[in-house]
Design a protein around this ligand. Structure first.
Ligand SMILES: [Zn+2]
Ligand SMILES: [Zn+2]
Length: 659
């Protein structure tokens, strides 16, 4: 099970690095690496067709330069296409010009893409002759294509596509002729294992992109440039927000003081918002015994996403004295040594369920909303780690809401409102909710066997979404095992997709944990649980915000809110500057003073580089008038203001969390 299918809000499905805003619709159905069914293929968008056709042209060009090249898969992907190549020569960007020139020839020749249907035997025969993804017969068989043919279902027709001399095994579809590929460019080359399996040979994955027009291609690269400038990894270093360290370990970010400020401001926001919405805060440890995760169902199914267990010796004896722990199933005897397995927690729910169960509950206690900015640890493969977006330690804006079925609609609605309010605050206006529902035919296998609960909760959820006018799509057959869920996808201003954690309904875990409340009729009942994490994890959300704001945070989020810059260093002037600093700090404003002997222009430049939000520039004249000259990053000089007014404006903007 992959992390993105986790049993809890994870915000882990970082699928697509870049999405052009105009393609938002198309991006909803990203092409996976696996072979698509015929039906899915015919649903390819025009742009995907064009890009997939470009991958054939890419292979044609590579073969003209390196006739020994072998090819595996060449699908369209989110922002272009790739082809996996097996070739002794290491392709580098230095080769792109040469390859692109051959591609241009092929496009200029305007060859039609011809479909040729063949029998399985004919396809195998051509593969043995090295003819698939080839320009002609070769000594070496087309080993990857032969393997792909073996995996084509027996009832599926096999087709080849020809453009010029090039023939490839392919189900299509393509554009009519190579000349229909408007504008293209090769972008990168990476390595990829055949079928994504580390046991298979390593191939070279050559990426490119293609558009209908040159203008669209240019716009795309202009946006990539902007995205590069905003890359959270780059800005994170430049603005001293967070670091990684080899001795600490990959995927384990550490926040520097300037980054920690952002995390704390987000927590403050979450705490205030959740308090007002009737949540209560809890705190739980970072580890737990294996038995907890067996109960929750995370073990064994989720084991590969968890860090391996720690075995603790001699622990059980003391525990066995405690009748509550007697006979725990996670303790074993090795060589007369008793050990117990502990896991780093990968999700907070099991701990929260235990807190729910720790005291008898009645309907009067519900809804019960337990919140925690909980730190979790997930074992992501090192190849999948990516800046703050995919990490191994994550602090989650988590909460679990326990309620009666009657309370479900109102609670679910309130959670959605909270999402929307956050989006407004951060100026996230491109977002989409994916409402994943179950498939009644798969009850008891893919979905917990509770037909009535599924029907009821899905209906209620659908109503909430409809009535609130939220932008959503319904995706059948993609619910979590234990209930319908809503994933929120947002796009930053540069079009980077960001999958905020899910909002999930759960009617399985409360049962696994034997959670109960006494209802009005004095009967014990099982509550419904909602998992939610609107701000996702600190790591991913901060990564997103860095790019969203290009590091120019609004005042309330700014690591350094005000820097005081003096013109000169006369003692009286410095005293005045320090008195302003003290006043600001007394109001909890993150203020600093630049008391270096640099000229004022140097001081301003340094503050601008660090994207300090506001600068109070103070000269002799300002001091005499009890004033400051205000400068705002990105806006320039706003002129002199009375000291009290300038400070009051800062305080108000912070208090109101102005954009
Ligand atoms: Zn094709
Ligand atoms: Zn949860």
């Amino acid at each position: 099970m992959s992390v993105s299918n986790s049993l809890c809000p994870s915000g882990a499905s970082w699928l697509i690095p870049f999405v052009i805003p105009s393609e938002v619709e198309e991006s909803l159905d990203p092409m996976p690496d696996e072979r698509k069914t015929l039906e899915e293929r015919t649903q390819m968008t025009d742009l995907e067709r064009l890009r997939h056709s470009a991958s054939h042209v890419l292979a044609t060009a590579i073969l003209k330069i390196w006739p020994e090249a072998q090819f595996a898969a060449g699908p369209p992907v989110e922002n272009g296409f790739y082809y996996d190549v097996d070739l002794p020569h290491r392709i580098s960007p230095d080769d792109f010009e040469k390859i692109e020139a051959e591609m241009k020839n092929e496009i200029k020749a305007n060859h039609p893409f011809e479909k040729i249907e063949v029998s399985r035997d004919e396809a195998l025969e051509l593969g043995k002759l090295g003819r698939l993804a080839g320009l002609g017969e070769r000594a070496e068989p087309s080993k990857y294509k032969l393997d792909i043919i073996e995996n084509i279902p027996a009832d599926e027709k096999i087709s080849l596509y020809r453009n010029g001399d090039f023939i490839d095994l392919c189900a299509g579809p393509h554009v009519m002729r190579t000349g229909n590929i408007g504008a293209f460019k090769l972008t990168t080359v990476a390595s990829a294992y055949y079928k994504g399996d580390e046991k298979n040979p390593q191939l070279q994955r050559v990426y490119g992109t293609a558009f209908k027009t040159k203008k669209e291609l240019d716009n795309y690269f202009a946006m990539l440039e902007e995205a590069k400038k905003r890359d959270h990894r780059k800005l994170g270093r430049e603005l001293e927000l967070f670091v990684f360290d080899d001795d600490v370990g990959p995927g384990l970010p550490m926040f520097l003081p300037r980054g920690a400020v952002i995390a704390e401001e987000l927590e403050k926001l979450a705490k205030e918002t959740e308090f007002a919405a009737g949540y209560q805060r809890v705190r739980t440890p970072h580890i737990a015994r294996e038995s907890l995760y067996k109960k929750s169902g995370h073990l064994p199914y989720y084991a590969e996403s968890m860090f391996p267990p720690m075995e603790l010796a001699g622990d059980v004896e003391s525990l066995n004295r405690d009748p509550l722990h007697r006979g725990a199933s996670d303790s074993t005897i090795h060589d007369s040594r008793i050990t117990t397995k502990y896991y780093l927690k990968a999700m907070n729910c099991p701990h929260h369920h235990k807190l729910f169960a720790s005291v008898p509950r009645s309907y009067r206690d519900l809804p019960l909303r337990l919140a925690e900015y909980g730190t979790c640890y997930r074992y992501e493969k090192s190849g999948e780690l990516f800046g703050l977006m995919r990490v191994r330690s994550l602090q989650m804006n988590d909460a679990h809401l326990y309620m009666t079925p009657e309370q479900f609609e109102a609670e679910f609605n309130a959670v959605n409102e909270m999402y929307l309010n956050y989006f407004k605050l951060f100026g996230i206006d491109k977002y989409l909710m994916r409402f994943s529902t179950h498939d009644p035919a798969k009850l008891g296998q893919k979905f917990v066997d509770e037909p009535e609960l599924w029907k009821k909760t899905e209906e209620m959820t659908r109503n909430v979404l409809k009535n609130s006018g939220i932008n959503y799509v319904e995706v059948p057959n993609e619910a979590a095992f234990y209930g319908p869920k809503i994933d929120v996808q947002a796009w930053s201003v540069i079009g980077r997709e960001f999958s905020i954690a899910t909002n999930q309904v759960d009617f399985a875990q409360p049962r696994n944990f034997d959670l109960r409340y006494k209802d009005r009729d004095n009967v014990d009942k099982i509550p419904i649980c909602i998992h939610r994490a609107p701000l996702g994890t600190h790591e991913r959300f901060i990564g997103f915000l860095i790019e969203h704001y290009a590091g120019n945070f609004p005042l309330w989020l700014s690591p350094e809110q005000v820097r005081i810059l003096t013109i000169g260093d006369e003692p009286k002037l410095m005293d005045y500057a320090r008195s302003i600093l003290n006043e600001l700090r007394a109001h909890q404003v993150r203020a600093e003073i630049d008391d270096s002997t640099d000229k004022i222009n140097g001081k301003i430049q340094r503050a601008e580089q660090m994207k300090v939000h506001s600068m109070f520039v103070i000269g002799k004249r300002d001091m005499e008038a009890n004033a400051v000259s205000v400068r705002v990053h990105g806006k320039g000089n706003l002129g002199a203001k009375p000291r009290a007014e300038a400070i009051a404006e800062i305080l108000l903007s912070i208090k109101e969390r102005r954009p």
